[in-house]
Design a protein around this ligand. Structure first.
Ligand SMILES: [Mn+2]
Length: 306
């Protein structure tokens, strides 16, 4: 049984890719099931409830030798804890690659806005009809990962795939659906601050040191900014406890396309000024129209440190 593994701090794209890719394999007569290694975010929870889809099973580790395929990630630090004991046979992803494997594997990687777009192409290449609910999920993941085409990671293919999928999914108003998803994601209630920071959070090695970058994509940036004091305290604490060189937390205002970033200290703030020409005010860095960690934040950090 192949286990389709979504990434840590899962987002809608990785969960939808795991569910729909496992189903595609099932339709091809291959035993497969999706798994997740973290709590669903509010957006994904809303989506699965709306279309009455079961959440992938939550696991911490898998039995030694289990065959796995990674979706929407390829770095071990973002994957299941005992990955080195498992039989990794495939990766479907749209991120930069940073993995060393002990055996050969099937890799499908593209420069495209979402892993869900790639899974749609795999369905089409296999000549297998996409069930309506899967078309609904795939569209949702593409709209989510591209921030309704606002992210610079968006490609013409993503738009075309959504148009084609919508012949099956039949959303009357795609933009309204994206707003519903973003509203669900933005509704954080009184979530504990560390959980909030780590909802969408990745560790990167820049120039030999580990840095963490958390992102809050939201239609209600004020919610995050109002919690500034506790966020700043927590970022310092995480830096110390998790042995990081720096922690960044970007509040991405999806509708106004603005990035406000908080950091674990003054040095990190200074770094943002150097790398991004950020304006610093009230202990926060204003980065302007920087919406994508993958395409805008990480490459600039790497260029700076290398
Ligand atoms: Mn993705």
């Amino acid at each position: 049984m192949k286990h389709i593994v979504s990434h840590k701090n899962p987002d809608t794209d990785t969960i939808v890719a795991a569910i729909t890719y496992a189903k595609l394999l099932n339709k091809q007569g291959i035993e497969a099931k999706p798994v997740r290694i973290g709590v669903l975010n509010k957006e994904t929870e809303f989506l699965l409830n709306k279309f009455n889809v079961e959440s992938p099973e939550l696991v911490e580790t898998l039995p030694e030798g289990t065959e796995i395929v990674l979706v929407d990630h390829n770095e071990k630090s973002q994957s299941i804890d005992n990955i080195d004991e498992l039989n990794l046979t495939g990766i479907i992803d749209h991120h930069k690659f940073n993995i060393q494997t002990s055996g050969p594997l099937n890799i499908r990687a593209e420069i495209i806005g979402s892993t869900a777009s790639i899974v749609t192409k795999l369905y089409n290449e296999a000549g297998i009809e996409i069930p309506k609910v899967d078309a609904q999920l795939l569209i949702s993941a593409i709209l989510s990962d591209t921030l309704y085409y606002r992210s610079p990671t968006t490609t013409e293919q993503d738009r075309q795939i959504v148009q084609d999928l919508n012949k099956i999914a039949e959303f009357e108003d795609l933009e309204q659906h994206s707003l519903d998803l973003f509203a669900a994601k933005s509704n954080l209630g009184d979530i504990e601050v560390e959980k909030m920071i780590k909802l969408d959070y990745k560790i990167f090695n820049f120039g030999g040191d580990d840095y963490a970058i958390g992102v809050m994509e939201t239609t209600n940036a004020q919610y995050g900014i109002n919690r500034k004091e506790e966020i700043l305290d927590k970022l310092k604490e995480i830096k110390k406890n998790d042995n990081l060189k720096g922690v960044f937390y970007s509040i991405v205002d999806i509708l106004n396309e603005e990035n406000t970033t908080m950091t674990s200290g003054a040095e990190e703030l200074e770094l943002l000024k150097t790398i991004f020409g950020a304006q610093i005010k009230d202990d926060m860095a204003y980065l302007g129209n920087v919406l994508s960690r993958k395409k805008q934040l990480v490459p600039k950090f790497e260029a700076h440190f290398n």
